[in-house]
Each structure stands twice: as C-alpha cells, then as structure tokens.
Design a protein around this ligand. Sequence first.
Ligand SMILES: Cc1ncc(COP(=O)(O)O)c(C=O)c1O
Length: 409
Amino acid sequence: MAFLSERSRFVYNALLEEDGIADRMMNKGVRVVKLNRGDPAVYFKTPKYVIDAYVKALRESKTYYSKAQGSAELVHAVQKRYRSMYHVDFPDDGIIATAGLSEALLFINSALINKGDGAIIFKPYYNQYMTQLKLEGGIPIMADYEESRNWAMNPDVIKGKLAKLKLDRRLNRIKYMLITNPNNPTGTVLGRGVLEEVVGIANDYGVMLISDEIYDEIVYNGARFTSLAKLAKGMPHVILNGMSKDYDSTGFRIGFAIIPENDKNSDALKSKLVDYARVRLSLNTPAMYAAAEAIGNMKEHKKAIVHMTAEIEKRVNHSMKILKSNNFVKTVVPNGAFYILPRIDLKALRMKDDREFAQKLLLEEGIQVTRGSGFGAESHFRIVSLAPKGILDYSINKINNFCIRHAKR
Ligand SMILES: Cc1ncc(COP(=O)(O)O)c(C=O)c1O
C-alpha cells in the first residue's frame, strides 16, 4: 500500500514548477528574470508605518498565542475598512482572521466539501482553488470567464449550466460558487452589471457565493471595482481578503474571511471556521498587530496604495505597449491586479502547447513566466508585471524576439 495518501496527489503548484530549472540556470551564472510570482513586496517595500507596527509589537513582547480567530484590534480594523470603503457593516463574529487568504480557502473547503460535492469554479482560475477543492474530494464544475467578453463571465451560460446540473447524480450538492475580482491571472475587474447577475443566479439556485477580493484596491485604467459585500446582502456569501496585495505584506501571512449574514448556513460556517482556527491555535501575533495598524491607519494606507497602484498601472501598460508589436500574441487589456495573460499563436510558433512555450522561453531567453494551463488557460502564458520599467523592457523585448525567432524557424 502506498505510504502517501491518495488525495495528496492533488497537491501541486504549477506556478513554481520551473523554479528548479531557473535555480540551476542562475547557479551557472545565467541571468534569469522571474516574471512568475505575484509578490508586490519584492518590488515595493512594505510601508514603513506597517513595519514600525510589527517592530513595536515585538518590542512590547506581543509574542504569545493570540485569539485564534483574530484579535479585537484586527477585527475592528477590518470593520472600519469595509464601512469606510463600501458602506457595509459586519458583526464582530462575522470576521475570521487566517494565515493568509490561502488558509481561509483551506478551512472553507475542508468545512464544506464532502466527497462528491460540487463547487463552481471559473476558468482561468487561481490554481489554489482547484487544489484545495480536489483535496477534499470535491468536484469542480467549470464555468468560463470568456476572453471575448474581456474575461467576464456570461450569466446566461451559467444559468444553462446550473439548469442541466440538477440532473447530474454524480454531485451530491453544489456547495459554493467562487469568483475572483479583480482576477488573477487575467487582470480583469468585473463590472457591476455582471456581478449583479451572478448574485441573482447564486440566489436563485441557493448556492453560497464566495468572492476572492484580495486585489480590491489595485484597480486602474479607469475601472471601477464593486465589492460583493455591497451586492450580496441578504444571501449567504463570503468575502475573502487579506494583507498580501493591497497592503504589500505577502510574508506576514494574514488574511481574513468575512461572513456577514446570519442565515443557518452562514452561521454554521462561521462557527466551524472558528473551530478550525482553534485547532491551529493562533496566528502570528506580531503580524496580526501590524495588520491591524496597516488596515486601521487609513491615512497612511491611502498614501501607500495610491502610489503603488499608480506605479503598477504604469508598469502593466508599459508591458502591454511592448507586447503590442508582437504579432504572435493577443492580450486583453488588464485593469486590475498586476497580471497579463497573452494568448499565444502556437501554430505560428510551431509549438505544441503553452508548457513548451514557457519552458523554451526560460531555457533560451532566461525569462520565467507561468504557463496558462496552470490556471486552466491553455495556449496562454501569464506575466507578472511588477518589475521596474528597465527589467520589463529587457524581458518583454526578449519575449518578442523569442516569438519572432520561433516563427522564422
Ligand atoms: C486571487 C488570489 N487569491 C489568494 C492569493 C493568496 O493570498 P494569501 O497570500 O493571502 O494567501 C493570491 C496570491 O497570489 C491570489 O492571486
């Protein structure tokens, strides 16, 4: 009998699969530019007021276990944020702090999914969604963000899909529908109209809606973000967010789940998430104090996020400008987060798939991107456009030259 569990086979991260090759190349002295990890803290320093709060917590010996589901300070800071940004109020017990949004997803899947349960996931997806759902024996029910609709979903297609699913006996139940807004890997901010339709559909079918809004302040090119917190009032829903992106603190590992409603299912999930939090005892206490300050000190945060978003907007648009001269890729213009997802003309490049494209690009040019199929977006690749202009110039021009060379072969 195998030593490892059956389900452990689902644990895999496509984002990091070429790190081994990249490391070996770098060890040999080859220049490798890593455009594969969406980590703002590598390129923008975590704001000083946040670092100061972390250091203060350490100096005050706040190094003990803290309340498992999050300190009162953090919970109040989160309430203040949503009141100020979206004019919504949440009760104290509606907020559960976690070790990054990732841990919230892990807890939610474990708390909700029995073997054979379904969850509606939109493609392209953030790869963790699939891993964590499948780990629990869940069945992903795939829906699409459509490239021809600037990567928004088509509500009529979802309705049709749900109507058919009622007949599918493989699925015990559809436990949730998960959306990402702004999106990784497409960089799309969903419009209010389409969100309203999605809320209506989830309501009609009695499916809990989960919205991953970890990039909710990184919105540009004139786009407007609408939080599900504003639209889904009165129906069971979960908002996921955290420190990693807007607060430029990926390594702090602080996130949170907000479950605002008091219906039977929301209450059951809230109280079960507290049980999960208690099993892992505590968060990183000084990081949690820093998070409370990061979120609660809105004046300082505003300065930092305005600067960072303006810079990201410039960098993304700069990359897009260079990519425009490349006849072998086609890209929907992003207006949120910091990702670019070009479609590759594989035929013109005489390549089998996006995996071959990403591998060759790394080996031949020293540019590490992520293959789109890692997000369910075959024939695409994802660029993280966070690096300074000079590095983007160097890398995207290399991508363009790589395409020209392969097309001429
Ligand atoms: C859409 C999305 N959700 C969640 C995460 C992870 O968040 P955290 O660092 O809070 O675990 C990421 C990180 O890239 C992401 O892109």
